[in-house]
Write a protein that binds this ligand. Sequence first.
Ligand code: HEC
Length: 300
Amino acid sequence: MARKTSIQTKYSIIFFTTLVLVIGAFVAGLGTLRNEVLRNEAEAIADQVISFRAWVAGSGMVWVHKLVPGFPDFLAKTEDGHGGFFYGKNPALATRELSVIANKTSKRATFLVTSDDYRQAANKPDAFELQAIRTFKSNRGLKFTETYEEGIYRYARPIFVKKGCLKCHGDPEDAPPAVIQKYGDKKAFGYKVGDIRGIVSVKIPSIGWQKLLPILTNPIVIALVVLAFAINFLFTQRFIIRRLTRLTEDANAIARGKLSTTLDYTPPDRSNDEIDHAYHAVNLLKKSLIIVLKRSRGKK
Ligand code: HEC
């Protein structure tokens, strides 16, 4: 039969098992932290998009003096008094143009304002966005949805129809002629206040494990683990193993008849240490042995 392992070995096994469990907990925590970081980033972007739309909506339209290449759309046109024109861009249009610029220049996040009933081909939703719109329609209280797609974090937030939207998204009869002329009277009409009109959709490259794992292998983490092991190792050596070895030697000496052996320990009334209690028991055994031996000598 195999020999039982020493306390030191058993203790080391327990230590490393604990370490693996703690690392597991840490990795799970890192995953949650990563999600929190990405969601915060996406929320900040969605907030900015919504603020920008609100600014344009509050001002009615933004009027630009020039139609720069790539941004030819406008919903209204007025003479500037010098032979040129001002072109009016409504909130959705201005937001789309901002998104085109952001998506071209941004190092990380991109966004799109989209809908399942979209007027503008460039606003066409993809599978995640369609699913998000469906989810928001069936779960009205939901503030956002999120998912991971091949290394990309995806986030969506609902856009609700307010009274001011009805002019262009309610009955086509009420819509400005420019809207009908440009987009027809079929697309994105028939909404009521409170309906889900669409979503703000944000894409951010996810933080991969190749970026998260070095957090666990940085020199400070490794140094702390080594220190923790050293403290545990020294403790078991100094306070358990060395004393047990000495107790074994003392008990062996007594067993061999060396009754003058003194046991060095703190008595149980002043110690909660179990090894002290074991010492005390051996000491009592030694005293009993002395008494028994004296008696048996006396009888002779
Ligand atoms: C002045 C008319 C007008 C008003 C008012 C208006 N919209 Fe729009 N909306 C449009 C036009 C035009 C488009 C298409 C813009 C484009 O070409 O990108 C559009 C597009 C959108 C889109 C993008 C999806 C699509 O159809 O391409 C959303 C979402 C949207 N509007 C929501 C709203 C909400 C919410 C409100 C009220 C807060 C609102 N709109 C008010 C005219 C309007």
